[in-house]
Design a protein around this ligand. Sequence first.
Ligand code: HXC
Length: 260
Amino acid sequence: SNNAYEMLNVAEPVDGVQQIQLDRPEALNALTTALLGELSRALDVAEANSHVKVVVLTGSIRAFAAGADVKEMAERDLVGIVNDPRQQSWQRITQFSKPIVAAINGYCLGGGCELAMHADILIAGTDAKFGQPEINLGIIPGAGGTQRLVRAVGKSLGMQMVLTGQPINAEQAKSAGLISEITQPELTLPRAMEVASQIAQKSALAVRLAKECVLKGMDTDLATGLRFERHAFTVLSGTKDRDEGIAAFLEKRKPTFTGQ
Ligand code: HXC
């Protein structure tokens, strides 16, 4: 782990997978400006590092993250919120081009749930709790909770969560489509690493464009999304990885992708 960070454990990439662990146990990983800033810096480094193909983002067994840091929020007035430096960190996470797999246990609330929804694939332990409790503080979600949550779980459940502040458990999150898999808590991280390493062995260019296409499609009408997919598909026909992938299939061997 790299001690350039105070509230993160950032591992060296192993076979293309880099693990980033939120590590502020005294506050259940509540997201201060500083913590989000560190995460954003770690993602900058991961973006530029060709040895990183996929990031696995996790917290602790007790909490992925219990929200924005309420103590810090208490000190911020309207002008402070308008000039909130965390916006840049959220942008950084949004624009990360490589897949992020979140391994979630325990509390995943408020800004923590919003952070989890920035991930591309969410895998959670049986004891995970997802919620947007901001309404209990007289505010509303501020990092996509009214938008990404409803896109993930649909209007009625999303509205219910945002308006009542009541969390849902892992089973509900799975059946609503917020997460893709449920595991025993101690297996969440290993399973996320396994999914990440499957992805890390693919063509990095194809992975990048596939992620872009899926996200684009969630954000636009079908015709525009299909056009975007067609362009990406066409671009990939010019890669060495495509030649390698097809040749390996025909020769009945495993492909070796180089990202070219
Ligand atoms: C700051 C927090 C925190 C938070 C927990 N802690 N959540 N500190 N901000 N969001 C701190 C507690 O103050 C406490 O420290 C320590 O973590 C352990 O928490 P406890 O409350 O003692 O644990 P427990 O009784 O098990 O209850 C867990 C909990 C509860 C149900 C998760 O902590 C809770 O309700 N937290 C707040 C959840 C919340 O409202 N999140 C949304 C925030 S608003 P001390 O030192 O006091 O003992 C938000 C807006 C997003 O996220 C906007 C976009 C960025």
